[in-house]
Design a protein around this ligand. Structure first.
Ligand code: 5GP
Ligand code: MN
Length: 334
């Protein structure tokens, strides 16, 4: 993979471009993709942003979100956007399977493929890119890419909002270890450019419907289990809870973090029965590596302290498997 700054000559004449991200995108996937979209549009390219699935309502405020195609529900439009493209940007993921039903179509593309990402262990096959696991977020990498290209004059208010949102959420509001001096310098620059950061916090964190808060209360009271001998906490959410509280895409985001706030807990797991599959989210504090854990036991991956996975078993069976995996890791969890 050649360095990202070498794409500069490719951007000097108009191109047909698709920007895509991982399924069920979070604020970093959407924010980095839309920031890239706004930059490429200013450069005169024909650009379509495609999400493999729908995305949470609390990201609809993002500038350009209304233009994002959902591959699942708008497949025909998305396929024609992919036809004959010159450049494909893959943002905030590094293995094609994370684009679900889009993956076989992306594999067949003959165009130049560009990766901008911060997850561990990228898959080969990208022509240009940046894969920096020390970066707080993909949004930060998009920001740094614009500087590397000498194109920072294109950082508009729209781009600043998208980048701030992605970085804010992926750093847990600037508290995880990944919140480097680099991050704070970037935010200072965005503020100098007129960013209104409090509006972004409100748009993302103060926009719950009542049912989502009641679901959190119900889950903390009835679905949480703490295994003090393994410094681990877990929540298993049956499908019936998702129905009862009428949960929508994104409504379970952040729930796993509550578990880590218990004194002494080193690993937290949220296990959700989504019917089509069981989705697992892992978080850790300190030196327990959930990327390795997710890869080894649950066909997943991610980062050292935040990762995800899946299971084709029932919720009960998955919980049993999880507990067994925790027991096997007893020494690492001390
Ligand atoms: P979440 O628990 O929020 O779904 O995911 C936590 C982190 O792990 C995110 O950065 C997400 O992109 C990543 N992640 C989630 N599921 C997978 C997976 O199946 N494979 C890989 N490689 N990363 C994942
Ligand atoms: Mn990310």
């Amino acid at each position: 993979m050649k360095p990202i700054e070498e794409i500069k000559p490719l951007l000097e004449s108009p191109k047909k471009v698709v920007v895509t991200m991982h399924q069920k995108p979070d604020a970093d996937a959407m924010g980095s993709s839309l920031a890239m979209y706004h930059y490429l549009r200013q450069k005169g390219h024909e650009v379509t942003v495609i999400s493999p699935t729908n995305f949470p309502d609390f990201l609809k405020w993002m500038p350009g979100a209304e233009l994002v195609l959902d591959f699942e529900s708008m497949q025909e439009k998305a396929m024609s956007a992919l036809e004959g493209i010159d450049l494909l940007f893959c943002l905030d993921f590094n293995a094609l399977y994370r684009t679900k039903a889009m993956a076989p179509h992306l594999e067949q593309l003959k165009c130049t493929k560009i990766l901008i990402d911060h997850h561990l262990e990228p898959q080969p096959g990208f022509d240009y890119g940046v894969s920096d696991t020390a970066a707080s977020s993909t949004a930060q990498l998009v920001y740094e890419t614009l500087y590397k290209l000498g194109e920072e004059q294109y950082i508009t208010s729209e781009i600043a909002q998208c980048i701030y949102a992605g970085t804010m959420t992926d750093t847990g509001s600037f508290r995880f270890a990944s919140t480097s001096a680099r991050v704070h310098r970037m935010v200072a620059d965005l503020l100098d450019r007129g960013l209104k950061h409090e509006l972004i916090h409100q748009a993302i964190y103060d926009n719950f419907l009542e049912n989502r808060l009641r679901f959190i209360g119900h889950s903390l009271l009835h679905r949480m289990e703490v295994f003090y001998e393994y410094n681990t906490a877990m929540m298993a959410i049956p499908y019936a809870d998702l129905k009862r509280f009428d949960l929508q895409t994104g409504d379970t985001e952040g729930l796993v973090n509550f578990l880590l706030s218990i004194q002494g807990i080193k690993m937290a797991a949220l296990i959700i029965d989504r019917r089509e599959e069981i989705k697992l989210s892992f978080r850790s504090k300190g030196d327990f590596d959930v990327n390795t854990f997710a890869r080894k036991y649950f066909e997943g991956g991610g980062h050292f302290n935040a990762a995800g996975g899946r299971s084709a078993d029932s919720l009960e069976k998955t919980v049993q498997r999880f507990i067994k995996a925790v027991e096997e890791n007893e020494d690492l969890l001390q």
